[in-house]
Ligand binder design. Structure first.
Ligand code: PMP
Length: 432
């Protein structure tokens, strides 16, 4: 496969854009480097690069593109809105309509606010939780990603009862000291953290189904226990559903699992591919937000008509009958095929799948937390990723990411993917 034009543009990009990319994971560091593919066009389940190569896409832009690329309903909604103006800086009817749909789909959202990214959504839930509780500390779970504000770029300390350490240059030690990070699916560690910091904790922040060290589901009663213990300590519970909302069912992971947070952060899918974030929760908590309350949050682009239109169109598509069943069925086919292919090649592999999202881990181990995901074989994944890319299968360039199916994927795409995976697993087996 010739990718010379991508090489050219990557060279050019590096002369004007720091690192050549606008988000670090795009630079293929997670797969040992290489030239990222410069994409030119998306259509349904396919992406086309600047050299004219075609790929079956499982990145789905890290989640938002659940309808497939350039879905006609979304495209039309954006075109129509563009011809009517895309930004007014005033309230619009679209915002009301979208807020009604979100609060209906996710009942714990008694009130919502639109922002422009998942990062902003999570950032604001934390501010509001602090305003509501009058407390400052935050507990989060190792390996969960919550955007790139200082407060959530904090890694675990050296034990469950220690404060965090900065995970990025530029994050102050004082900020890191406001965050405690504990392992996911480990109630004992969470309890220990609460025993030290419970009465100072404003909120516990969690991805209810993890999407950021692979797809990892909470073990039975984990989220219920988190709720119970957090509330007993007087802390709020915030679900980061930036990846999960509308991914596994119409609504949130919270509906799928029948657990209820105090606040929720949303993003990705709800924008239909345009920039968006939203947050919401209990009425008495949301009343902290300006102009009603003392917690400030604003945005020039917040609730902009273009994102609202695309988001409404996306939800309309997702309400069609059978969408989530189809994603689940294709996901099951893909999982079976990948398992079989890895087995035939003699490559140890574990798949975590939930409906139309899965992660292939190069290990025999069951993966239930970030430590386990970190121990999986990244070198094997890198070989697999590159072999798949060369065979026209576009995956996320990191062993920690999910493969996302879209409603544009068909059995024929899955079959092609499995054929490519048979070769790719054999290459892995030959090299290790
Ligand atoms: N929370 C989660 C769970 C995410 O996966 C992400 C992005 N990958 C974010 C927050 C941040 O969202 P954004 O990139 O839109 O700022």
């Amino acid at each position: 496969m010739n990718r010379q034009t991508s090489d050219f543009y990557y060279e050019e990009a590096q002369s004007v854009i720091v690192g050549g990319v606008n988000s670090p994971s795009r630079a293929y560091k997670g797969v040992g480097g290489g030239t990222p593919v410069f994409m030119e066009k998306g259509a349904g389940a396919y992406l086309y690069d600047v050299d004219g190569n075609r790929y079956i896409d499982y990145l789905a832009a890290y989640g938002p593109i659940i309808t497939g690329h350039a879905h006609p309903t979304i495209t039309k909604a954006i075109q129509q809105q563009a011809s009517n103006g895309i930004l007014f800086g005033t309230p619009t009817r679209l915002e009301n309509e979208f807020a009604k749909q979100l609060t209906t789909a996710i009942p714990s959202l008694e009130k919502v606010r639109f922002v422009n990214s998942g990062t902003e959504a999570v950032m604001t839930t934390i501010r509001v939780a602090r305003a509501y509780t009058g407390r400052e500390k935050i507990i989060k779970f190792a390996g969960c990603y919550h955007g790139h504000t200082d407060l959530v770029l904090v890694a675990a300390g050296s034990g469950p009862s220690t404060l965090g350490t900065p995970d990025s240059a530029g994050v102050t030690k004082a900020t890191a000291a406001e965050v405690i990070t504990v392992p996911f699916n480990n109630i004992a560690a969470f309890e220990e953290a609460l025993s030290h910091w419970g009465n100072e904790t404003a909120a516990v922040l969690v991805e209810p189904i993890v999407g950021n060290f692979g797809i990892v589901e909470p073990e039975p009663q984990f989220l219920e226990k988190v709720n119970e213990l957090a509330h007993a300590a007087g802390a709020l519970v915030i679900y980061d559903e930036v990846i999960t909302a509308f991914r596994f069912m119409y609504g949130g992971a919270q509906d799928l699992l029948q657990v209820k947070p105090d606040m929720t952060a949303l993003g990705k899918i709800i924008g239909g591919g345009l920039p968006i974030g939203a947050y919401g929760g209990r009425m008495d908590i949301m009343e902290q937000v300006a102009p009603l309350g003392p917690a400030y949050q604003a945005g020039t682009m917040a609730g902009n008509p273009a994102s609202m239109s695309a988001g409404l169109a996306c939800l309309q598509v997702l309400r069609e009958n059978g969408v989530y069943e189809q994603l689940d069925q294709l996901g099951a086919l893909l999982e079976q095929g990948l398992h079989q292919a890895a087995k035939e090649a003699g490559v140890p592999m574990t798949i975590n799948r939930l409906k139309g999202a899965l992660t292939v881990f190069f290990t025999d181990e069951k993966i239930r937390d970030y430590e386990g995901a970190s121990r999986t074989n990244g070198d094997q994944f890198s070989v697999f990723f590159k072999e798949m890319l060369t065979r026209g299968i576009h995956l996320a360039p990191s062993k920690y990411e999910a493969w996302f199916l879209t409603i544009a994927h068909t059995k024929a795409h899955i079959d092609k993917t499995i054929t490519a995976a048979q070769h790719a697993f054999r290459c892995v087996a030959e090299q290790f």
